[in-house]
Write a new protein. Structure first.
Lengths: 224, 312
């Protein structure tokens, strides 16, 4: 039994040579003990040693192998605005003339992330018989007939220019600058307590023949 | 008739318990177990040692329990080495523990120590191998066993450090699981998925041991931040607007839990510590997601400053 293990320990692998010293050390206290003391100690010591290298390696893997966590860099604000804008399309009713053709959402001067999110959200979706169409335009001059117009805060346009362009059209005007609902926008994104919220000027929407659903009114910050 | 029934019952009970009692107290079982063990016949050794320790004679016999532990350890080694829930290994642990509880003498402690050392490495090995999303419960049980046996092997071993390493690895495993899952069914009222809860619990447990542990604080901050981002990015666009607002509130709440962790650690870390830079990145992202432009400006500048100091 002991010979069997000695063979394994000493000759099987050069690395096991390091076991000789510990085994001798483990044996030392048992020299004057009955046989049953040291055979057990020997066995156990060998079991321990034979696996040491693998375990040290695995231990190394555990301690050093944490995948380094990093903060997610997704643009949550664009995502939230896109979800809100998509929902505006469901909670606002347009006149019949705007229920033909595609349901167009135009982003003027906004970030590409918002456009991408809107395209992702509306992909293969319809509003009644209308398919969603997302347009991204660099300036006001490029805006054509649209159901929703989102004018980004970074867009290089004044509110009077926007109002001039949209006059008489049933377009839901959505902005993201302080005070815009008092200058003609129906909906304006604002940050309240670190959160993205939206102001609603129902009268501005109604001027453009748009009917705002009660659920949207309840969740908005009303502005008159 | 009634008397006959009583007698029959007594005879039956005697037949049932008598031989068992005699059997279990056979002192030869110990010697036989030892002989079989020496002959590498551990299955037979086990039968005898089981019988021996079942009797009252073994109650104060440290040698018998040591032999019991040794035989079961050998059985584990030869038959269940790949089984991370091995019952043989647990019996070996029980044997060594009983032996040492009976006899606190130096020789017995030294003799059992070898068994405990072998077990501690074996349990740790199982922890490492089962630390994955499928077998993590096994890893937790094995780490608990490792914690119990390792002081008998090495009284100077820093078990707390090992526990911190384990909990960090466990938390990271859950966090990875959370990050890779693409659960689009997350609703406002069921945001606390198991992976999130378990990851948070793991990091919190590290902080109970070491409140200023940089990795645990950082990972916990990242966990809150990234889960909030996940909630927002995965929110179903067709959900009711009320649900959308609700998810937004939950995400905001998570951002607000991450912020003080990040700020606290950012303030106590030295400028030349690379982790300070990582906390600044986290705080910048939090500022962005919480629409706090002043903080975004501040941490953008801080990152530039730290880049210069740390030579990034």
């Amino acid at each position: 039994m002991e010979g069997d293990y000695q063979q394994g320990v000493v000759y099987k692998n050069a690395a096991y040579i390091v076991h000789i010293v510990p085994i001798a050390y483990i044996w030392a206290p048992y020299r004057d003990k009955p046989r049953r003391f040291y055979f057990g100690a020997y066995f156990v010591s060998v079991l321990t040693m034979r696996r040491t290298f693998r375990i040290i390696f695995l231990l190394f893997v555990v301690v050093t192998g944490f995948s380094f966590q990093q903060p997610a860099k997704d643009d949550t604000n664009s995502r939230l605005k896109a979800v809100f804008i998509y929902n505006f399309s469901k909670y606002v009713e347009w006149p019949d003339s705007y229920k033909e053709g595609n349901f167009v959402i135009t982003v003027c001067g906004g970030s590409q992330n918002l456009v991408t999110e809107l395209k992702t959200i509306t992909n293969s979706k319809t509003l009644g018989a209308q398919r969603y169409e997302i347009r991204s335009v660099p300036d006001l001059a490029s805006v054509s007939r649209t159901n929703i117009l989102f004018v980004a805060g970074s867009a290089d346009v004044t509110m009077s220019e926007v109002m001039g362009k949209m006059k008489g059209k049933s377009t839901l005007l959505v902005t993201e600058k302080t005070g815009m609902t008092k200058q003609g926008a129906a909906i304006n994104f604002v940050v309240v307590d670190n959160k993205q919220k939206f102001e609603l000027n129902q009268a501005n929407a109604e001027k453009n023949n748009l009917k705002v659903g009660n659920d949207l009114i309840k969740l908005s910050i009303p502005v008159k | 008739m009634k008397k006959l029934k009583h007698i029959s019952l007594l005879v039956f009970l005697f037949l049932l318990t008598g031989p068992a009692a005699v059997w279990s107290q056979n002192p030869l079982d110990y010697e036989k177990a030892l002989e079989f063990a020496k002959a590498n016949n551990f299955d037979s050794a086990r039968v005898h040692v089981d019988r021996y320790v079942a009797g009252s004679a073994a109650e104060k016999d440290a040698d018998a329990w040591y032999l019991y532990g040794f035989i079961y350890q050998r059985l584990y080694r030869t038959q269940q080495i790949e089984n991370h829930n091995s019952k043989f290994r647990l019996e070996a642990k029980r044997g060594f523990e009983k032996s040492i509880a009976i006899d606190q003498g130096r020789d017995n402690i030294v003799r059992n120590r070898e068994g405990f050392c072998s077990l501690s490495l074996s349990f740790y090995n199982s922890v490492v191998k089962s630390l994955n999303p499928q077998d993590y419960e096994t890893a937790i049980v094995n780490f608990s066993n490792y914690k119990q046996v390792v002081p008998y092997c090495d009284s100077l071993k820093d078990v707390k450090k090992a526990e911190i390493d384990f909990l960090l690895a466990l938390g990271t495993m859950f966090e990875d699981k959370l990050n890779t899952s693409n659960d689009t069914s997350i609703k406002c009222k069921t945001v606390d998925t198991l992976a999130f809860t378990r990851a948070r619990e793991s990091y919190m447990n590290v902080l109970k041991i070491d409140p200023l542990n940089v990795k645990a604080n950082y990972n916990l901050g990242i966990l809150y931040h990234n889960f909030a981002v996940k909630l927002l990015m995965n929110m179903p666009p067709d959900a009711d607007v009320i649900d959308i607002i609700c998810i937004q509130d939950r995400a905001d709440n998570l951002f607000k839990q991450a912020a003080p962790i990040g700020i606290h650690m950012y303030n106590i870390l030295r400028d030349d510590d690379p982790k300070k830079y990582d906390f600044a990145v986290l705080l910048l992202q939090l500022g962005t997601n919480m629409n706090e432009n002043e903080k975004v400006d501040f941490y953008t500048k801080e990152l530039e400053r730290l880049k210069k100091i740390q030579g990034r």
